[in-house]
Design a protein around this ligand. Sequence first.
Ligand code: HEC
Length: 163
Amino acid sequence: MLKPLLFVSAIVLLGVTASSAPGPEPQKAARASASDQKNPVKSAEKSQARAKELYGQECSVCHGETGDGKTDLAKDMGLTLSDWTDPKTLAAKPDGDLFNVIRNGKDKMPAEPVGRAKDDEVRNLILYIRSLAKAQPAAAPETPAAPVAPVAPIAPVAPPASN
Ligand code: HEC
């Protein structure tokens, strides 16, 4: 009496598993990886927006909106701040050093505690302040194109001016 039932249910089970296994799974995998690819871009834009916000709230008062360090507070406190708009300023400094200065402070530079900026937010601040240099390659005199420009004006200007 039981045997026919068992056969039937066994066949049903086999049929169900066999038909469901190869079907939808590859499609799901493809969809998952496609949507994964979009997320990092969005979050990078967001975290840079957040870094800009943080910088404006806590850093620009000393380092300046543009990162040139020429602020009233810096003058009042007698701070000598480096000019980050010059691409050479931060180029030689590794991210780890910048991270430590931001996290722990240095001399008159105040520490940024975890409560105000998480590790990832500090890393994004570093990306942000490095990007301040790239913002003005055309205006900065020390760009790769620059050596050509100063040479030409100096020669013709000097003789007529002194005579
Ligand atoms: C009270 C003024 C002040 C504020 C606010 C301030 N800094 Fe600074 N920062 C300094 C001074 C002064 C130095 C130079 C420290 C030294 O080398 O003696 C410095 C140095 C640095 C450096 C090391 C590289 C360099 O140019 O010397 C980084 C990176 C930096 N600051 C990032 C930040 C960030 C990011 C913030 C905001 C979270 C911030 N600072 C807020 C005063 C400030």
